[in-house]
Structures are given as C-alpha cells and as structure tokens.
Design a protein around this ligand. Structure first.
Ligand code: CS2
Length: 491
C-alpha cells in the first residue's frame, strides 16, 4: 500500500477523494504561518481552516509546525510532505487530505532553522496550541518568573525552552532587521487568550530589553480567539480505517466531529488567509463566545471526566448513557453555569448548550474521559473556578460546581492509590497532597486548597467555597472505594 505523499495526490483525486489542489504539481505555497504545538486539535481545526482557505483562495499560507520537544509528529508527517487525513466521524463520515502543513521542525534539534522561520519577513502569523501550561502563567494570569522554563531562559546560555522565550528572541531579531512583528495568536482554551499571550511576551521582553518591550507594546498584535471541535487522540483503529477507505498509509490521520468553530478577534492585519471565506467568525466580542464555550462545553467536559473516572466510565459517549450523571450535568448548567455569564446577543444559549450535549452523545467519537482529565491544575482555573468565583460574588449556587472540584480531588487520590500516572504539570505536588490525605474531609480539602497555583489567593480562603467543597468531598468520598457515584447523597 502506498504511503501518503505528494506523488499519490493525483491518484487519490482520480478515486474521488478530496485533496489539496494547491499542492498539485510544481506549485507549493510559501510558508506564511508558523504554528507551535501541532497536536491533533490543531491539525483537525486551525490547519484544516487554513487548508480550506487555500482551497478557496490560494495564497502563501503554508504552515511550518514546531514541536517544542517530542519528535513524533515530525517523524510521522515529514515523510508525507506534511500531508495527512482529516476523518470527520459523525452522522456522516468523510475523509479529506489536508496539505497546509509543509514541514514539522523540532525546536530542540533545529533551533536555528526555527528562529530563521520565525524572523523571516514571509512569516506573517504565529499561532499556537501549547495547552494552558505552555504560557507559563501564574494564578493571576501574568508571566510566572519562577516557572522553571522561564527561569532557565532568563538565565540564558542555552537555547530557549519555553515558547514565550522562543518567540521573544525572534521578535528581537525582527526588530533589529526592521521587520514588523508577526501577529501572534493563541488558540488555546484560556480566557482572554490573546491578552494573556501578549502580556506574557511583553513581560518576558521587559526582563531582557526595555526597548524591545516598548516596541512590542506599540506594534504587537495578539488577537483573542475561541476554538472548538471535539478532536480525540488518534488511535490505530483510525489508521486502519483510513488505509481501507483511501488505500493509502497515513502515519498520523486525525479524527474529529463535524462541528468546528473558530471565532477570532477582528483586529488582524489586512494580509491574511481567506479564513473568513473558510467559515471563521471575526468579531469584537470574542470574550462572550469564549465564556460560552469554556463554561458550557469545557466545564461539563471536566465535570464528567472526573466523576466518570471515579465511576470507571471510559468515554464521553458512555457517560452520556448514565442518566443520573446527565441530569447532574444538566442541572449544573441550568442552575449554576448559565446565570454566571452574559452570552453574545447572537447566541441562543439553551440551543447552544443542548447542541453541546448532543455532540457529547456522538457515538462515532470515542473521547476518553482519561484524556479530558489531563492537566486539571491548568484547566480548572480556566473553566470551573471562574464560574464559582462569579457565583459567590452574585450569590448564586456553587454546590454542583464544587462537586466537580471534589471529584477532581478524589481523582488525584485515586490515581495515587492505584499507582496510576497523573498527567499534570503539578503532578508531584498533587501526589504529595494525595499521600497526606486520610479521608477526613476538612483536612483533605484544606490540603488541596493550599494549592495557590490552582485556587489563587482568594478562592482558597473563601468560606463559602471551603464549606461547599468540604460538603461535596464528604458526600463523594465513598466513590473512591465503591467505584460508583452516591447520587442519593450528592443532592
Ligand atoms: C476537552 C477539550 O480535553 C479537554 O479538556 O474539554 O479538548 C475539548 O474537547 C475542546 O475544547 C472542544 O473544542
């Protein structure tokens, strides 16, 4: 069976498959975008949007991807000329070969090539999906100067290891060469992601070169954006499915649901890919869309993940078959999430929320709760804790949201007791807490609330939250051994 690469595109087209027309023959778009963190989500979402933009309107918007450390994506895609398949698995199934990625660099090994790419005048945009932890922020949303990677980069003497330092180095090169900054766009599930990225870059620059920081203050554009599409990790079943359907071997295809949405702050330079024609929404109110998505999709996702793992439920679709859990999530949405924010005027919140739960029921997507449970210490401050803070301020209920946080605490303990890996940048501190827990709700909760990196200075000392979390923890505690949720005591 042929390997997917440029030489098989014509035969794929002749077999009726959707292929990147802009990659046929001698024409190959110049690289205009660098993306950091080419994970599954990026390849199912932004890279697909840029592919669709070039299908419609061409342009030099080839993408150079950068893996900060791991070689996997480079080893999979470079032999395929950057090509890969997006398999949409939903009510209908479709396959599309995407060609927007031209190369994948590994920062650790190809640092000078990376810097050359970033500082090239052809590079107009740098986008990133580096997950919440990649921004090296503290609980206040500022650059954490005590973050180990930031400390190492500020000390100098070796190539930068944080995305923030890598970008500031390239921006300094551009300034020295009289080249305008690239437009830097965060595509992660952070509130005010563009503002936080811009602050982090400028705060890092201030530590190195005041004139550079001032130049960035005046010239750097970092649009906020909201991204959405459920894109589970690739597995061998998908590789087999694609090879049967397309009769080619694709080292790393991507699967996602049919729903895909990208909302971008309307402040980009005029020179951009035909993203609007590809379906991207440009608006001045990204925050409204971001709040709606983080609170109505990501918060229920994480709540189901931690409660589901305690009950040993495997996937989101499996969780949606458990009526008590669905009822819990629905009442959390109606009673505690919807009252916590003002949605964009054009968004029908109840229809939007109902559609999210329908997306969760997609039987074609096996989205593992264990995967959603990753990096809780970074995700909860973005998707659950701000709702709790807002509800306390407004005098609205927080009991079900507190149950979700209690489920996270017990999930950490379950991982520790069962000697399972905990995927979280704070795993050491979290396991140290789990080791001290003894099942006394008051003292166990106090241990978790001591994590200021997660709960911040205020919430960790808020009496209403402490009371609600302790009650939830006490009610949920039996699940640690029974491996089932005590719905009758949860309330
Ligand atoms: C999920 C998100 O793993 C997680 O944290 O909640 O990746 C979710 O699938 C996406 O935000 C959907 O757009």
């Amino acid at each position: 069976m042929n390997q997917l690469n440029l030489s098989v595109l014509n035969s794929l087209k002749e077999s009726g498959n959707q292929i990147p027309a802009y990659r046929i023959g001698a024409n190959k778009p110049k690289i205009g975008i660098v993306h950091i963190g080419p994970g599954a989500f990026f390849r199912g979402h932004q890279s697909w949007y840029t592919h669709t933009a070039m299908q419609k309107a061409g342009g030099d918007w080839g993408i150079s991807c950068v893996s900060m450390r791991s070689p996997g994506v480079a080893e999979a895609l470079n032999p395929q000329d950057g090509l890969y398949t997006v398999a949409v698995l939903d009510a209908e199934t479709s396959y599309e070969v995407v060609g927007s990625i031209q190369e994948v660099l590994i920062a650790k090994q190809q640092y000078s090539e990376l810097q050359a790419r970033l500082s090239s005048v052809d590079t107009k945009y740098v986008t990133m999906t580096i997950t919440e932890k990649g921004y090296c922020l503290n609980s206040e949303g500022d650059l954490d100067l005590n973050n180990p990677d930031i400390k190492q980069d500020l000390a100098g003497g070796q190539q930068a290891c944080s995305a923030i330092a890598v970008l500031v180095e390239a921006l300094a090169t551009r300034k020295a060469a009289g080249i305008a900054p690239f437009c830097a766009m965060s595509c992660d599930n952070l509130t005010d992601n563009g503002k936080k990225l811009r602050n982090a870059l400028i705060q890092y620059a201030q530590q190195k070169d005041a004139a550079l920081a001032s130049w960035l203050e005046s010239n750097l554009i970092c649009p906020c954006s909201m991204v959405d599409s459920i894109t589970p990790a690739t597995d061998d079943a998908l590789r087999e499915q694609v090879s049967v359907e397309l009769s080619i071997r694709d080292n790393w295809p991507i699967k996602r649901e049919s729903f895909v949405q990208w909302v971008v702050e309307d402040c980009l330079p005029a020179d951009k890919p035909a993203w609007k024609e590809a379906g991207v929404t440009f608006t001045t109110d990204v925050a409204g869309f971001e709040n709606a998505k983080l609170r109505l999709l990501n918060c229920p996702h994480s709540s189901m993940a931690y409660m589901g793992v305690l009950a040993e439920i495997e996937t989101v679709n499996d969780a949606m078959q458990q009526q008590p859990l669905v009822s819990f999530v629905q009442s959390m949405i109606e009673q505690e999430i919807v009252p916590s924010f003002t949605a964009p005027k054009e968004l029908d919140v109840s229809a939007y929320s109902a559609d999210i739960l329908k997306r969760f029921r997609n039987p074609a997507i096996r989205h593992l709760l264990n995967q959603i449970a990753w990096d809780g210490s970074q995700k909860l401050p973005m998707r659950i804790l701000p709702i709790i803070q807002q509800n306390i301020k407004d005098g609205n209920p927080i009991q079900k949201l507190s149950t979700a946080i209690a489920a996270w605490c017990l999930f950490i303990r379950k991982r520790f007791i069962e000697k399972q890996e905990l995927v979280d940048p704070l795993s050491e501190s979290l396991f140290a807490i789990a080791k001290q827990c003894n099942g006394n709700a008051e003292s166990d909760v106090a241990l978790f609330l001591s994590l200021e990196d997660v709960f911040g200075k205020n919430l960790s000392k808020d009496p209403a939250f402490t009371k609600a979390l302790t009650a939830s923890y006490k009610n949920l505690l039996p699940a640690l051994n029974s491996k089932s949720i005590p719905w009758d005591t949860l309330g």
